[in-house]
Design a protein. Structure first.
Length: 43
């Protein structure tokens, strides 16, 4: 796993693609992370 693996953050940076691991909009990424953290705390 590394630069050649499109599933990892490094791989997405290397390929220049985006997705779940590397979202284009940083504000949306932070909001999504906060929502996931809040859901995890409830459980």
């Amino acid at each position: 796993m590394g630069r050649g693996d499109k599933r990892t953050f490094k791989g997405k940076v290397f390929k220049g693609s985006h997705g779940k691991t590397r979202l284009k909009n940083r504000a949306n990424a932070k909001a999504k992370a906060a929502a996931i953290a809040a859901t995890a705390k409830k459980k």
